[in-house]
Design a protein around this ligand. Structure first.
Ligand SMILES: NC(=O)c1ccc[n+]([C@@H]2O[C@H](COP(=O)([O-])OP(=O)(O)OC[C@H]3O[C@@H](n4cnc5c(N)ncnc54)[C@H](O)[C@@H]3O)[C@@H](O)[C@H]2O)c1
Length: 339
């Protein structure tokens, strides 16, 4: 069996991570690296072994040797490029958030369905070894009846992002990014919550804030979401760019015990029969983007469901959109949202 011809559109920060993942995948043939900045695309030929480069994505979509397109450009362009790629007969791995509004996201789903092509969204945090292990614990039933999940990310963006990072040109512009920290990181976390406990969002109440004077005021840098999940479960999603120390923490509370994953590798579990917390060291494992790419390529070869579906992408975006509505109207918002 030959490999799958892949084109990567967007050779910036996350494009590099995708290229690394592709290079390691047994199913991928690296055909075209594409970026508006031609020098970036050209450098991917040398660094990662793509066959050729381009600065024109429309041309790339016409190539016969490309079966899968990875879209790693800023959010505003995701929907248009995905739809055009699907129309050109390509499978698509699209970066998160899949779109900056739900109407576009719905159109992406419809287009993929109609074309019989696969659409996957890059929520790779599901494949972090500590998250996979946390999910095993939740699925095992050891925690008893689930009560609540709290998912929090503190990410001091102004300290972490290098001054020359291309991302700085668009990340704080809501017309391109679609929002602030909630759109950028919050969608990861709204995805993780529903994946972890297999429950959908029923309603969201949100507070948004702006605390770091270095971040443009057009975007929120801090958000807290109180979510009612199916089966009367509760979730708290809490993300911030303004805080001073990175923290990635997911806590799951049940009637019999508690489990929490604290990135990068730590996992703490408590069961009511135990005296104290049990610490589990989770081995590093496969890089999560590489794993998602490997599983997506496998799903194309085997014609099975992608590891993260377009519908998954829609649901996490919908929770975030409900949060923006809630903050604006200062009330709880029920899902699904009317478009
Ligand atoms: N899954 C994750 O954890 C994760 C992490 C970081 C970024 N992202 C997402 O990936 C996307 C890109 O982020 P990034 O950090 O790589 O941004 P970036 O600014 O570093 O890179 C984006 C690249 O896209 C190129 N580009 C823009 N318009 C283009 C066009 N029309 N044709 C070809 N190239 C074009 C730019 O020149 C740039 O090189 C965003 O949607 C972001 O949210 C996801």
């Amino acid at each position: 069996m030959g490999g799958i011809g892949v084109a990567l559109i967007g050779c910036g920060g996350i494009g590099k991570v995708h290229a690394e993942g592709l290079r390691r995948s047994p199913y991928a043939e690296l055909k075209v690296a594409c970026d508006l900045v031609e020098a970036r695309a050209r450098s991917f030929v040398e660094k990662f072994g793509f066959e050729r480069f381009s600065s024109n994505y429309e041309e790339v979509l016409k190539a016969d040797d490309v079966e899968l397109v990875i879209i790693a450009v800023p959010p505003k362009y995701h929907a248009k490029m995905t739809i055009e790629a699907l129309e050109a007969g390509k499978h698509v791995l699209c970066e998160k958030p899949m779109a900056t509004n739900l109407k576009d996201a719905k159109e992406m789903l419809a287009k993929a369905r109609k074309a019989g092509l696969k659409l996957c969204i890059d929520y790779q945090n599901r494949f972090l070894p500590s998250h996979e292990r946390l999910k095993q614990i939740v699925d095992s039933g050891d925690l008893g009846d689930l009560i609540q999940v709290r998912a929090r990310v503190a990410y001091p963006i102004m300290e972490v992002l290098p001054p020359d990072a291309p991302m700085r040109t668009w990340l704080f512009n809501p017309a391109i990014a679609g929002g602030g920290v909630l759109m950028d990181i919050g969608t990861h976390w709204t995805d993780l919550v529903r994946w972890l406990i297999r429950r959908e969002y029923e309603s969201v109440y949100a507070l948004l804030g702006h605390f770091d004077v270095r971040i443009p005021e057009d975007v929120e840098d801090t958000a807290v979401l109180l979510c009612r999940m199916e089966g009367d479960l509760q979730a708290v999603v809490d993300v911030s760019w303004a805080v001073k120390k990175s923290l990635w923490l997911i806590e799951v509370y049940g009637s019999e015990g508690t489990a929490m994953a604290n990135l990068p590798g730590g996992l703490l579990v408590y069961h009511k029969e135990q005296d104290d917390w049990r610490s589990i060291k989770v081995p590093e494992g496969e890089e999560p983007h590489a794993k998602l790419i490997r599983l997506f390529l496998k799903s194309i070869v085997e014609d099975s469901e992608p590891p993260v579906t377009g519908e998954d992408g829609y649901k996490s975006l919908e929770a975030v959109m409900a949060a923006y509505q809630s903050a604006k109207l200062k009330r709880e918002i029920s899902l699904p949202l009317d478009l």
